[in-house]
Design a protein around this ligand. Structure first.
Ligand code: ZN
Length: 310
């Protein structure tokens, strides 16, 4: 199961320039796609990833400058974790301290060193030291030295009161295996080098939060290609759930479904990928990409969007 795991994670943010400054200048990720929210073309959809824009590395944002901060609750993704080479945490502690990024003391979880920190909207993030990250090339355009740089996702935590169905979906559809369990957490993993781990935090009491900035809108898992996506979609139906039809996102094909635990899941194909809509590898993420049906309105759309520079 080397090609299974997290595909991308999508989040609501505040100001797009603040968001871009943090993910590109502070964390050293590459903006691999700048497009509009297809449901609200007056706003952006921004994608940051490793240098090649590989599946398992892209964190995406729907910036809404006027939105209120999300209030925490259960039935949602609580934490997004990035994978970094072993021995990187000290570098990052100095970097966060120097750039006024809020962070907590490192902890040890499932045998890995974890550095918790927060983005400008209060989203909880982590850096996790993992030898597997060293198999992924560092991006040479990063603001962070290669030996310490983020290579993509390590995984993500889901905080759930009702979790057995989600465990079944992750095992039977998404290609994960249950690896460890204790009183508070379940760890599920795949053999991929990126996006290979999901931790389910067992919440005792349901807590109703709110959406808003810093809220994880959905988490997407990998399908090899369109045939695999169709097979995975059928398995979701066989589990009694109601996925959408296949949706063409131009950089991948997608299916969405609500899980009984409360988190919105997506399944997305590995290809064609972010490079496919750029003029060249070098140009990836630079020009505003519009789906063909919005291209006739490019002038108007570009005028309404606040410029974002990275
Ligand atoms: Zn998505």
């Amino acid at each position: 199961m080397k090609d299974k795991g997290i595909h991308h994670i999508s989040i609501i943010s505040g100001d797009p320039q603040v968001n871009a400054d943090f993910y590109v200048k502070t964390l050293g990720l590459r903006m691999v796609l700048k497009t509009v929210n297809q449901d609200d073309p007056g706003t952006y959809h921004l994608f940051y990833a490793n240098g090649e824009g590989q599946p398992g590395s892209s964190i995406t944002f729907f910036p809404w400058s006027m939105a209120m901060p999300a209030k925490p609750g259960t039935g949602r993704v609580s934490t997004v974790s990035f994978t970094v080479p072993e021995g990187s945490c000290d570098f990052w502690i100095d970097r966060f301290a120097g750039k006024d990024v809020r962070f907590d003391s490192p902890i040890n979880r499932f045998g890995k060193k974890v550095l918790p920190f927060y983005d400008p909207d209060g989203l909880k993030l982590e850096l996790i030291e993992d030898k597997k990250s060293e198999a992924i090339p560092a991006w040479d355009g990063s603001t962070v030295p290669a030996e310490f740089s983020i290579r993509g996702f390590w995984g993500s935590n889901l905080q759930l009161t009702r979790f057995s169905e989600t465990v079944d979906i992750l095992r039977e559809v998404m290609g994960f295996q249950q690896t460890e369990e204790n009183d508070h957490e379940i760890l599920l993993t795949t053999e991929s080098n990126l996006g290979h781990s999901i931790i389910i935090e067992k919440a005792e009491e349901p807590k109703t939060g709110t959406s808003g900035t810093g809220y994880v809108h959905h988490i997407a898992f990998r399908a090899k290609d369109e045939d695999d996506l169709k097979e995975m979609r059928q398995k979701v139906i066989d589990m009694g759930l109601s996925p959408t039809q296949l949706i063409d996102r131009h950089v991948f094909m997608s299916v969405y479904f609500q899980t009984p635990g409360g988190v919105l899941f997506e399944i997305a194909t590995d290809g064609p990928g972010y490079k496919s809509v750029a003029e060249s590898e070098e140009e990836m993420g630079k020009k505003l990409f519009l789906p063909p049906w919005l291209e006739p309105r490019r002038d108007l759309i570009e005028k309404r969007l606040q410029p974002v520079n990275v």
